[in-house]
Design a protein around this ligand. Sequence first.
Ligand code: PRP
Ligand code: URA
Length: 208
Amino acid sequence: MQITVVNHPLVQHKLALMREADVSTNKFRLLTEELARLLAYEATRDLELEDVTINGWCGEVQVKKIKGKKLTVVPILRAGLGMLNGVLDLVPSAKISVVGLARDEETLQPVPYFEKFVGDLQDRLALIIDPMLATGGSLVATVDMLKRNGCKDIIAIVMVAAPEGVKLMNEKHPDVKIVSASLDSHLNEQGYIIPGLGDAGDKIFGTI
Ligand code: PRP
Ligand code: URA
């Protein structure tokens, strides 16, 4: 199983507030950002460190810094944008790659409409961000794109995952770790996660 569910009390409390039927756009957007910050903390816990010597106040001192090229954060449009600032709070110098995908409401298949990746993807960790992992089609398509462009090290941060999406990711991309605030029950006939959050993109952008 490649999913890590973050059971930290703050994560669970914030997710509970987001599940309220009458949550406002403002509150949902704020909570998305706060949750993304906490999930990014967990997702980055295994980043490799290297020993570096710096000039400290009392002379040379050995410290540890994150090794390698700056990571890239990959929001999946639209809803992933809601998580971006929260993640950047923790990794402010990250590079940003953007993927545009919209789920066809009939077929539930992801329809790509935009991609812009930073350079040197083969040397960077990619942190994909999207609030919802439902059928898994959008996440699989995003990982496909990243791998086609040379990326080898990928972690996905979602707020809510459905077992169907986790299963598809296990089949197609077992090397990609998923960090989530919850593993929910199932998808309904329209492909919405139950209990889920409803349409996360609409709630973040106020297009309900
Ligand atoms: C939502 C969500 C994911 C996708 C998940 O986006 O943000 O990207 O659906 O569904 P899947 O796992 O079945 O592919 P949507 O396509 O609704 O677009 P939006 O972000 O523009 O609202
Ligand atoms: N996209 C959403 O925004 N919510 C779901 O439950 C499934 C896909």
